[in-house]
Design a protein around this ligand. Sequence first.
Ligand code: SF4
Length: 385
Amino acid sequence: MKLLQVLDAAIAGVDLTVEAGVFLLSQTEPEAIESIRMAADAFRQMLCGETVTYVVNRNLNFTNICEQHCHFCAFRRDAGDPDSFWLDQAQLQEKAAAAWAEGATELCIQGGLNPQAKHNGRSLDYYLDLVAALKDAFPGLHLHAFSPQEIEFIAREDQLSFRDVIIALKDTGVGSLPGTAAEILDDQIRRQICPEKLKAATWLEIVSTAHHLGLPTTSTMLCGHIETPLHQVQHLAQIRQLQQQAIAEGKPAKITEFILLPFVGQAAPQVLRKKVGRDQPDLQKTLLLTAVARLFLGKWIINHQPSWVKLGLGGATTALRWGCNDLGGTLMEEHITTMAGAQGGTCLTVSQLRTAIASVDRLPAERTTLYQDRHSRRGSSADMI
Ligand code: SF4
């Protein structure tokens, strides 16, 4: 396989094979890696131009009480642990009000799988009440809420179909689903890093169902732990196929972005941490994977975002030269990765994001969750994708 031929094919819009993706990830010579970076950067420029977007948002992690024990997770607690929490409606409203006052357009709502959410035989009602109260008080905030794992949890607890859970959440005010809990879409790896989590096929089924029902999602990959380059590329291939399917079948919604989430192990449970043997992401490997993801996902997923929480703002800004066109959100309050030992911080200001974008000679632009120009939110709907 010849490197320049593979890169030329990717830029020409040819879908790379899994073998070609692994071939790109296997490159070690600095000149070869620079060629991959330049190709990803050129392809990004063709698809997205010089604009780098960001969203003003707030994370709302409503509880850290969780029935599962993912080996990379330093966030979860058991009920009764001294530092466990479960926010009540007044606390949620207060955080949402602060976000609105600071100009946020989005609340990103995710939490642990808390069996106490079940009241009078149903868990779904807890989630619907949470959504309804926030949407009622702040109709202008987009609720980007509940991962496929949370959808699976509600459906399992209440003996409902994924479809029924998603319809109920959408009808009550959820505007999109975070594509988290994907980790690596390979059940052998999942058994080792998150044995209780939903299977890869279930994650794909829930995301596909959301698209069918008109609910957009994001997509993610947890990288840099025990997975191999083949697992990484096979993961990308499944995400690409999901998007192709949504487009081919004319589904009313699809994947809006791809986010690479490198493993941070500093405060994670020992088992996985020892296997990985590294507490902070390997920036060079993450950047190469960032570029390969841009080329492999091709014209199918336009928006690529690095994680400033995991890479730090400096690392995430560097990733803008490796194929990314979005710098994520202000977050205002990040707990999950920070508790694992990430050093990127818990929030960023708009000014910090815009300065970082300008530092690589790109044009900052605020977007909504669904990649519309923020300023069209209350007027026309100029679509940026
Ligand atoms: S990653 Fe999510 S599901 Fe897994 S233990 Fe942590 S909070 Fe629970």
